[in-house]
Design a protein around this ligand. Structure first.
Ligand SMILES: [Mn+2]
Length: 440
């Protein structure tokens, strides 16, 4: 007998990967632990007859020849098949183990006879590729579940871990008849009444921390229910704020503390922080359950790990143009026009005694020409309410200043008031798209 298993709180990626593996391997029993992820639970309630799930107690460990584990390799995330693994340890079972995963290797990973782990956005992508290579047809209902696995693990192909392979696998599933309507309705499930309450508590009660310019939200809630679906609450809350990452702690009456984290910026590695605490996850999402002293320390236990889990985000000083052509406030408009033309620039900061007092653009010069003011000092016709940025501001924040005030070039001014650089739109675009895609 062959058994398929995935991590506890099976999500769509884990569940769909089991379906795909069963097709690929040619049959076997799917085992899931309870509770399931809320979306999977709702989906299974409707599709129960199509996707039969076996009970672990009905399986005789001695009869198992092969265990295929998907979406994790960590033994302690596999409570659903703990009995089988224990029987194997004690010599009452002797099955081989195969694993399919897209998480980083851990010290408590299962020793597998065959291990396939690749850094794709959803593990089901690896299995869909294998099915495609084998020429195995995928029915529409299974293709839909697999498409949901890719959608949920990649944020509909928007999370930073998404690869071209995930998009190609999704395309194949659409070609197999995956239903866009079912995908849409399943993903649009919204938050239930309990989740909405936790969301309200999260938004009202969160502490906002600034760690080296990275915005982190941290909140601890007293459990009001089973805590299923907290990840969706954290995602929803993160989407409503400007935070780079958000961590929600869920404290049960017995003192246990479950922490769910999500990041929207690539410089916060949620999985690293969770792993340091004994949990797991990806860069973008992770969770851990703390007990005993660690739980008593509350969210402080997490805060101690955060420093190592935050990579320095790109800052203005890393991207700015360092040598800035400046104009002296004593020049006339006519002199400034010649100077700008000679340097081939559209505008420049204006200095008086080394300090920036304004910015002059060619548009200001054209206005002066219209008023016949070309012989007057530029100080009279320049923009004096100039928005500047500090060199150690994060590029993200500088980007926000550009967008909200529609400014294409920001003078970079240090604490002494000296102009130390200029940040342009193209500097920002270069970090968004890479060096080659921006020409000027
Ligand atoms: Mn996954």
């Amino acid at each position: 007998m062959r058994v398929f298993a995935t991590h506890d709180h099976a999500d769509f990626d884990g569940f769909a990967a089991m379906l795909a593996a069963r097709l690929l391997y040619g049959g076997g029993e799917i085992v899931v632990g309870r509770p399931l992820d809320r979306l999977v639970h709702a989906y299974l309630a409707l599709h129960k007859d199509r996707f039969e799930v076996a009970e672990i107690d009905a399986i005789d460990p001695a009869a198992v020849e092969e265990l295929v584990v998907v979406d994790t390799r960590q033994r302690r995330r596999l409570r659903s098949v703990a009995k089988l693994l224990l029987a194997r340890d004690e010599g009452r079972a002797a099955f081989r183990i195969e694993t399919w995963d897209h998480h980083r290797a851990r010290t408590d990973d299962l020793p597998a006879d065959r291990e396939r782990a690749e850094p794709v956005g959803a593990v089901v992508t690896l299995l869909v590729e294998a099915l495609q290579r084998a020429g195995t047809p995928i029915d529409a209902a299974s293709a839909t579940a697999m498409a949901l696995g890719i959608h949920t693990d990649t944020g509909s192909l928007t999370f930073s871990g998404t690869t071209p392979r995930d998009a190609a696998a999704l395309a194949h599933l659409l070609a197999c008849g995956a239903s866009l309507g079912v995908v849409r309705d399943t993903l649009r499930g919204g938050l239930d009444a309990e989740q909405q309450q936790v969301l309200a508590q999260t938004l009202a009660g969160m502490r906002r921390l600034d760690l080296r310019g990275v915005r982190i939200g941290v909140v601890e809630c007293a459990a009001t229910g089973g805590g299923v679906g907290l990840a969706e609450v954290v995602s929803a809350a993160l989407g409503m704020t400007e935070l780079d990452a958000l961590f929600l702690g869920w404290r049960t009456a017995s003192g246990k503390l479950s922490i769910v984290g999500r990041a929207s910026a690539p410089w916060v590695d949620v999985g690293a922080a969770m792993t340091a605490l004994g949990g797991g996850g990806h860069a973008g999402a992770g969770s851990v359950t703390l007990r005993g002293d660690a739980a008593a320390a509350g969210m402080d236990a997490l805060l101690q790990q955060l420093d190592d889990a935050i990579h320095d985000p790109p800052r203005v000083r890393d991207l700015m143009t360092g040598e800035v052509f400046c104009l002296d406030a004593g020049l006339t408009m006519a002199q400034a026009e010649v100077a700008l033309l000679q340097r081939g620039v559209h505008g420049a900061p204006v200095l008086r005694d080394g300090a920036m007092v304004g910015v002059l653009s060619r548009r200001d010069i054209e206005r002066a020409r219209g008023r016949d003011d070309m012989d007057r000092a530029i100080a009279a016709g320049m923009a004096t309410h100039v928005r500047t940025v500090a060199p150690d501001l994060t590029l993200d924040d500088a980007h926000r200043v550009m967008v909200s005030h529609d400014i294409g070039r920001l003078p970079v001014v240090d604490a002494t008031g000296a102009v130390v650089g200029l940040l342009s739109r193209s500097d920002v675009l270069r970090t968004l798209y890479g060096e080659s895609s921006v020409t000027s």
